[in-house]
Design a protein around this ligand. Structure first.
Ligand SMILES: [Zn+2]
Length: 165
């Protein structure tokens, strides 16, 4: 389902979204304006999905951060100093990974807030451009890939190309 998310989103997409969350199947297109508004039961599904992803990332995040800090701990004996290069690399890698997870966790919180307000699943940029709610709907196929998405895929790609340019 490559058409459902942007390049940058793919990079930070949590691994859990690739596999173990197939609790519900959604079919259809990723193009905005062609899907129906979310119903109460869809809100329930996405709330569950967001909570599941959040729990999973929190577990991984704590594990990685602990490990990263341990690698540089004071208790390390002198004969291990030769390995420092590798450890520094691993620490850097783990912390960077944790950073993108941290970003996803913030986005998940924001998405849960939008579920509460009833604005979940609407593209912020489409709305800002004056489109109706019905025309700003982020298709469910995309929300299943990126349940914390704020924008439809075309607005997201536009943002990325503006940032890149
Ligand atoms: Zn949009």
């Amino acid at each position: 389902m490559d058409g459902c998310f942007s390049k940058n989103e793919r990079l930070v997409k949590p691994a859990i979204l690739e596999s173990s969350v197939e609790s519900f199947i959604i079919e259809g297109t990723c193009t905005s304006g062609e899907d129906t508004m979310l119903k109460a039961e869809d809100y329930e599904h996405f709330r569950d999905l967001l909570h599941k992803v959040e729990t999973r990332i929190r577990g991984d995040y704590e594990h990685l951060t602990d490990e990263a800090l341990e690698n540089f701990g004071d208790s390390r004996s002198p004969q291990h100093l030769a390995e420092l290069g590798t450890d520094a690399y691993e620490r850097e890698f783990s912390l960077r990974f944790a950073e993108s997870d941290q970003h996803v966790l913030e986005e998940i919180q924001a998405a849960l807030g939008r579920i509460e307000d009833g604005t979940y699943g609407l593209c912020e940029d489409c709305l800002a451009a004056g489109k109706s709610n019905a025309k700003s709907v982020i298709p469910k196929t995309r929300l299943k890939e990126i349940p914390y998405a704020r924008h439809c895929v075309s607005c997201e790609r536009e943002r990325e190309s503006r940032e890149a340019g």
